[in-house]
Design a binder for this molecule. Structure first.
Ligand code: ADP
Ligand code: MG
Ligand code: MG
Length: 214
C-alpha cells in the first residue's frame, strides 16, 4: 500500500494526541537533564499544527500532498516551539517535505522521508550518534527502515521497523553522557536518564506507524 496525503494528515493528528498524552512524561525527562519544558514545548507546537490543519480546510488550498502537510508542520513548529527542539524538528519536517514531492510514498519513499528528516536535524544541530540527542533515535530508525525496504517490506512494515528502532534507540540513550544541547551542561551527571528528544522521536514515529495501519 502506498501512503497518501490522508496518511500524512492522520500521522500529524495522531502525533498531536500522543504528544499531549506524553506531555508530563517528556517534561519529567527534561526536568532530569534539561529545563523541564520539552513536553510543554511540543504539546504547544502540535496543538498549533492541528489548529492550522483544521483552519486550512476552509482555505483555498488545503494540503494536497504529503509534502504540503509536512511543510505546514515544519513552519508551525518553527514559529510556535521555542528551545532547541522547535528548530530541530522544524528543519526535520521541512527537509522531509522537500524530498517528498510525490503524491504517494512507496517503501523507499518512506525511507527518503525519514532520511530527509535526519539530515535536517544533523544539518541544524551537528549532533552525531552517541551524543544523547534525538539523533540517537532517528539514525537507527533510518537504518532499520532502509534495511526493511531493501528486503521488500511494505510501507507499513518499514514504518513499524523505524518506530521499533527509534524506541530502542531512545532507551539506549540512558547510559550515555550528553555532549550536545542543554543536557551537556551536566556532563557525567547526564548519564542514567533517557533523552527527552529521543523519546519524543519514538512517539512521533510510532504515530507514523499507527497512522499507516489505521
Ligand atoms: P531546550 O533544551 O532548548 O529546552 P527542548 O527541551 O524542547 O529544548 O528539547 C531538548 C531536546 O533537544 C534534547 O532532549 C535533545 O534530544 C534535543 N537536542 C538538543 N540539542 C540537540 C542537537 N544539537 N542535535 C540534536 N538534538 C538536540
Ligand atoms: Mg528543555
Ligand atoms: Mg527550554
Amino acid at each position: 500500500m502506498t501512503l497518501d496525503v490522508a496518511w500524512a494528515d492522520r500521522w500529524t493528528r495522531l502525533s498531536a494526541e500522543r504528544i499531549a498524552a506524553a506531555r508530563d512524561e517528556l517534561t519529567e525527562l527534561d526536568r532530569q537533564i534539561g529545563d523541564g519544558d520539552h513536553g510543554e514545548n511540543l504539546d504547544r507546537g502540535f496543538r498549533a499544527v492541528v489548529a492550522k490543519l483544521d483552519g486550512s480546510a476552509g482555505e483555498e488550498q488545503p494540503p494536497g500532498q504529503i509534502g504540503d502537510v509536512l511543510k505546514l508542520v515544519a513552519t508551525t513548529l518553527m514559529s510556535s516551539v521555542g528551545g532547541a527542539s522547535g528548530p530541530l524538528y522544524g528543519t526535520a519536517y521541512l527537509r522531509a517535505a522537500k524530498v517528498t514531492g510525490l503524491q504517494e510514498l512507496d517503501a523507499h519513499g518512506v525511507v527518503a522521508l525519514l532520511e530527509g528528516a535526519l539530515e535536517g536535524i544533523t544539518a541544524r544541530g551537528k549532533a552525531q550518534v552517541g551524543e544523547k540527542t534525538m539523533v540517537d533515535a532517528w539514525q537507527p530508525a533510518v537504518d532499520a527502515a532502509e534495511a526493511a525496504a531493501d528486503a521488500g517490506a511494505s510501507t507499513a512494515d518499514v514504518l513499524a521497523a523505524a518506530a521499533a528502532a527509534a524506541r530502542q534507540g531512545a532507551a539506549a540513550t540512558v547510559p550515555l553522557v550528553a555532549t550536545k544541547g542543554r543536557a551537556s551542561y551536566l556532563g557525567e551527571r547526564s548519564a542514567g536518564h533517557q533523552d527527552p528528544g529521543a523519546t519524543s522521536t519514538a512517539i512521533l514515529l510510532e504515530a507514523a506507524r499507527d497512522a499507516a495501519t489505521a
